[in-house]
Design a protein. Structure first.
Length: 242
C-alpha cells in the first residue's frame, strides 16, 4: 500500500530569520509573492501524498489562516494540530520529537512521512521515501559542511548512529530531516530523555530504533534546502528558477 500520510513539523518561530519572523512563522515568509510553505505543500501533493497534518505552535492563527486559503485553491486534506495545546507551552516541553507526540491519532497504525516545514524537498525525493516495508528510513545527502548538520553513520544500508554537528570529521552523509516511520516510532517516544540543550530530540528516537536494526538510510538525489536564514530567501528564489 502506498503511504498517504505526511506530518509536517512547523511549530517553531524561526529565530535564525531574525526580524523576518518577528510577526509571522518563518514558514510563511514570502518568496515571489507566495509563502515558503506553499511551495513545500505543492511538492508533497505532487508526490502523491493525500493526507497532511501540520503541527503548529508559534503564531498558529496565521498558520491556520494560510492553510484555509491554500485548501480553497487545492483539492487536498490538510489538518492542523497545536503542539502547545497538546503538550503545553514551549517552556514545559519542546524539541524536534514533540510533533510526533501530537499525531498518534492522525497516524493510527499507518506508515507515514515526517518532515520539517522549513526545509524544501523535491517531488522526486519525496516519492523516494514512499517505501511500504517494516523499516523506518532517514533521507541522507552528501554535504561539504557536515559539521553543520547531523551526520549519519551507516553499516551498509542500515543506520548505526546520528552524530549531531560533530566537532571532528566522522563522515559527510547528513540528515535532511525527511523520514519515513512505521508505528514503531511511537513505542520509542516515551523512552527518550531531554538532550543536553533541554529538548526532546527526534534523532534520539531514531537512534533507539537504529539499535533494534529498524532504520535504513535512503540517499536523496535532488534539490534539498534548509530555509533558515535571511540570505536563504534569495537562494530559494534562485532554486525556483531552475
Amino acid at each position: 500500500m502506498p503511504i498517504k500520510k505526511v506530518v509536517i513539523s512547523a511549530a517553531g518561530p524561526g529565530t535564525r530569520m531574525q526580524e523576518l519572523s518577528k510577526d509571522k512563522p518563518k514558514h510563511l515568509i514570502e518568496i515571489n509573492q507566495r509563502p515558503f510553505l506553499a511551495y513545500l505543500l505543492d511538492n508533497i501533493l505532487d508526490a502523491g501524498y493525500q493526507q497532511i497534518m501540520l503541527v503548529v505552535g508559534y503564531k498558529q492563527d496565521l498558520m491556520k489562516e494560510f492553510v484555509d486559503g491554500y485548501k480553497k485553491d487545492h483539492d487536498c486534506s490538510i489538518d492542523i494540530v497545536s503542539q502547545f495545546e497538546v503538550l503545553g507551552p514551549k517552556e514545559k516541553e519542546y524539541g524536534t520529537a514533540c510533533p510526533l507526540k501530537c499525531v498518534r491519532d492522525f497516524v493510527g497504525n499507518d506508515q507515514f512521512i515526517s518532515l520539517v516545514g522549513d526545509n524544501f524537498y523535491s517531488v522526486e525525493d519525496l516519492r523516494l521515501m514512499n517505501i511500504d516495508d517494516q523499516y523506518c528510513y532517514v533521507a541522507g545527502l552528501k554535504n561539504d559542511h557536515p559539521e553543520k548538520f547531523g551526520v549519519l553513520l551507516t553499516d551498509g544500508e542500515f543506520l548505526k548512529e546520528i552524530i549531531e554537528k560533530p566537532k571532528e570529521f566522522v563522515g559527510d552523509l547528513i540528515n535532511t530531516s525527511l523520514y519515513k516511520f512505521t508505528s514503531d516510532v511511537f513505542e520509542k517516544l516515551p523512552l527518550i530523555e531531554k538532550s543536553p540543550r533541554g529538548e526532546y530530540e527526534i534523532t534520539d528516537v531514531i537512534s533507539l530504533l537504529a539499535k533494534d536494526g529498524k532504520v535504513k538510510v535512503k540517499m536523496v538525489k535532488d534539490n534539498w534546502m534548509d530555509f533558515g536564514r535571511p540570505e536563504d530567501i534569495e537562494k530559494f528564489s534562485g532554486l525556483l528558477k531552475q
